[in-house]
Design a protein around this ligand. Structure first.
Ligand code: PLP
Length: 281
């Protein structure tokens, strides 16, 4: 397995980062994840645009333009022979003597990428549907930044694992913010989709945007508004979206079945449409 680190393609066990890396010390860095389907990157321009924005928001210079990023990603995918899976990218504020304030501006960022081979399209969880639990949202106030500071999501996903379910939806003031690593949607009994509007309170999901476009193209109305846990429990369908889960039907929330307790037609249709888009159809 080959990883990319600071300009080099290295065997996995030779890719080392110094202990004074600010990613290690402070989680002072940004990450991004793009899916790979049939050896090609999915919706990658949007992921690279979000990476650039996240870096800008915390004042880390983007080391590459989008074309250079994509060239490096494509080379890494090819070197690893990944046909289906994901590519992970991370940029930290680099290596410097420990001090909270930024190091000198000429400190080079640490740039790292790896790939993971993974079944994305034929994911069996999408057939049965995922169960989720709801958990208090413990995160900071700039969730629009895709920061590597993920302790709240680690604890949240662990709560899901201990409950024996695939995902946890995070809740603030009674409203669902998003999943621990996904965007939350419900479908109402009269066939409208509901998802939280973008703000600093959640990550602007790239898959969210694509699914909203596909929904609009098929004539579905999408309402961007807050929805409560009670409303989710009473919804006719629920699902979540992410670069690696695509569109994942949700069949139970907190042990209560959603709709018929099986993947619903809206989520299944949107998953099919998204897969077609990802394949470049
Ligand atoms: N929300 C959070 C907190 C996430 O971590 C993620 C993905 O990791 C998403 C939403 C989904 O974003 P995307 O569709 O861009 O993968």
């Amino acid at each position: 397995r080959i990883v990319y680190l600071n300009g080099e393609f290295l065997p996995f066990d030779q890719a080392r980062v110094p202990v004074m890396d600010r990613g290690f010390l402070f989680a002072d860095g940004i990450y991004e994840v793009s899916a790979i389907i049939e050896g090609r990157l999915v919706d990658n321009a949007a992921h690279l645009a979000r990476l650039d924005r996240s870096l800008g928001e915390i004042g880390i210079r983007n080391p590459h333009d989008a074309a250079e990023w994509e060239r490096l990603q494509t080379e890494l995918v090819a070197k690893n022979g990944v046909v289906e899976g994901l590519v992970y990218m991370q940029v930290t504020r680099g290596v410097y003597e420990r001090d909270f304030a930024f190091p000198p501006a000429d400190t080079p960022p640490t740039v790292m990428m790896f790939t993971q081979a993974k079944t994305v399209i034929a994911n069996t969880l999408a057939e049965t549907g995922a169960k989720v639990v709801t958990v208090e949202d413990l995160r900071w106030k700039r969730r629009d930044i895709k920061s590597v500071a993920l302790l709240a999501q680690v604890l949240t996903k662990q709560a899901a694992a201990e409950a024996g379910v695939a995902e946890a939806w995070m809740v603030e003031d009674g409203a669902v913010t998003e999943g621990s690593s996904s965007t939350a949607f419900i479908a109402t009994k009269d066939g409208r989709l509901v998802t939280r509007p973008l703000s600093t309170a959640l990550l602007p999901g790239i898959t969210r945007a694509a699914v909203m476009r596909l929904a609009a193209e098929t004539g579905l109305t999408v309402e961007e508004r807050l929805f409560s846990v009670d409303e989710a429990h009473a919804a006719s369908e629920a699902f979540y979206t992410s670069a690696s889960a695509f569109v994942m039907p949700v069949v139970a929330i907190d042990g209560r079945p959603i709709g018929e307790g099986v993947p619903g037609p809206v989520a299944r249709r949107l998953r099919e449409l998204y897969i077609a888009m990802a394949r470049g159809d």
